[in-house]
Write a protein that binds this ligand. Structure first.
Ligand SMILES: [Zn+2]
Ligand SMILES: [Zn+2]
Length: 248
């Protein structure tokens, strides 16, 4: 018995994923999913000509949605397919982005804050750092983003790669977890991080979140069809859940 839904799935439009949308759908069915949500990296409505190397462009959004909706109809009797996006909160562009998204049939957004404070001038949140300032900024930005009420859940909350002392880490992450707890925001345990043996999901974060009583969701964060896996099939995840005391 596995879990029913995975809402974190990419497509080749983000420039760092492989496979066709159909292959992701077939893989989800094969792995026992009843719901598959596509949540590719959102385009951003840049006005200064900046072209992101890690996301689709604004003019690819409609094609993305059309492709998913065609599969949604075709596979309706086998799996429920949903349209979503993984969105960063970049304050300068957020309102404009929401305006664009609201015109379209997008069923949900997840928050994945990869850059602090933005993509053009900021830093990758996953670069190892012992800067408390950067940790604080990440947590502040995530809390502000969640405060917009636009997000279904928080993807890889522990993407920030803080290498400094536990007391500082736990102090700031406690703020994040408190917010999640008070506002019923689920925290994602990220499958891709485990498969690629990244620094996340991170035990010191999830032990804290688990002790505080937060609630959790598994997200494949699949950038390849074969990574649409049940939690029990993700290398290291059953042990991770045991060590941290989390369940889905
Ligand atoms: Zn990605
Ligand atoms: Zn993702």
């Amino acid at each position: 018995m596995g879990i029913k839904a995975n809402y974190h799935t990419h497509t080749v439009r983000c420039k760092h994923a492989t496979g066709t949308e159909r292959e992701y759908v077939e893989s989800a069915i094969k792995n026992g999913y009843k719901v598959l949500g596509f949540s590719d990296h959102t385009p951003q409505p840049y006005t200064d000509g900046f072209v992101s190397p890690i996301r689709m462009d604004m003019d690819e959004l409609d094609g993305y949605l059309e492709t998913i909706k065609a599969l949604r109809d075709e596979y309706a009797d086998r799996i429920e397919i949903r349209t979503g996006l993984e969105v960063e909160y970049f304050p300068e562009y957020f309102d404009e982005l929401m305006k664009e998204l609201e015109k379209r049939d997008i069923e949900y957004l997840i928050l994945g804050q990869h850059c602090v404070p933005d993509e053009e001038y900021g830093v990758y949140a996953g670069s190892a750092t012992d800067s408390e300032e950067q940790l604080r900024e990440y947590v502040d930005l995530v809390i502000e983003a969640l405060g917009t009420g636009k997000f279904m859940y928080l993807a890889h909350p522990d993407l920030i790669h803080f290498t400094g002392p536990d007391d500082i880490y736990l102090r700031h992450m406690t703020r994040l977890c408190e917010y999640a707890l008070d506002n019923n925001v689920q925290l994602e345990v990220n499958g891709q991080g485990l498969i690629l043996q990244r620094w996340y999901p991170c035990e010191r974060f999830f032990k804290l979140a688990s002790d505080m009583g937060c609630s959790f969701i598994f997200g494949c964060d699949a950038h390849a069809p074969e990574h649409v896996l049940q939690p029990s099939d993700v290398p290291g995840l059953p042990e991770f859940m045991k060590h941290t005391g989390i369940s889905f």
